[in-house]
Design a protein around this ligand. Structure first.
Ligand SMILES: CC(C)(COP(=O)(O)OP(=O)(O)OC[C@H]1O[C@@H](n2cnc3c(N)ncnc32)[C@H](O)[C@@H]1OP(=O)(O)O)[C@@H](O)C(=O)NCCC(=O)NCCS
Length: 183
């Protein structure tokens, strides 16, 4: 049973709405934010398409893509995105997140990602949640370790960046039993 939106102490995690593309564009066009990404900096069209794609995905049954807008409760400002993409046959989900540059280091990614683990394990009955992160993306690695994921290995040349560089990624994962023990 999926119960959206989700709330944490400071954040609301909700489905995207058409007008959100403005807020998304403020971070997905920022060179520092997309530094480790295989996409971006995004054009306005890219941002509109991202939001439209996620609205469409939110209406698919059974739903497998839970890409959510992260909104600061105090200001109602969209500050980022967090997502869980599910492979139902294997009861596993792939976690992702991205935040505006001016809200980094406030603990928002940790707070939102921790809630997505709860959502994945409790509400979606997942067995495993996994993700990958660039070997030099120390902030993201720190977030994953703080919420209990273990580094499981390295994928060599897992991503080709827009400047032609191949990037190695760490694989991180957590199983439901490990999550239960940590809560
Ligand atoms: C990665 C990202 C989501 C982190 O967001 P955030 O809200 O700043 O994260 P938090 O504040 O919850 O935690 C960040 C942690 O990393 C640490 N950190 C930040 N920059 C760091 C760096 N350069 N080196 C080592 N640790 C770093 C912080 O100190 C903090 O750990 P602490 O609580 O132990 O002090 C954000 O930097 C971002 O949006 N980056 C661009 C998109 C991206 O890389 N997404 C992940 C793809 S795998």
């Amino acid at each position: 049973m999926t119960k959206l939106p989700l709330r944490t102490q400071r954040l609301l995690l909700r489905d995207f709405e058409a007008e959100d593309w403005h807020g998304v564009h403020e971070y997905d066009a920022h060179p520092e934010v997309v530094h480790f990404m295989a996409w971006g900096p995004n054009t306005e069209t890219n941002s509109r398409e991202f939001v439209a794609r996620n609205i469409a995905a939110s209406q698919v049954t059974p739903r497998v893509c839970f890409e959510l807008a992260v909104v600061e409760q105090d200001s109602s400002r969209l500050v980022g995105g967090v997502g869980l993409t599910v492979t139902p046959a294997h009861r596993k989900g792939f976690l992702g997140y991205c935040f505006r540059r001016d809200v980094w280091r406030r603990g928002y990614a940790t707070e939102a990602a921790r809630e997505m683990l709860r959502f994945g394990f409790e509400d979606l009955d997942l067995h495993r949640i996994t993700t990958t992160c660039d070997v030099d993306n120390h902030a993201s690695a720190r977030v994953l370790e703080k919420i209990g994921l273990q580094q499981e290995g390295t994928l060599r040349h897992d991503a080709l960046l827009r400047d032609g560089r191949w990037r190695d990624h760490f694989v991180y994962g957590i199983l439901v039993d490990e999550w239960c023990q940590s809560t």
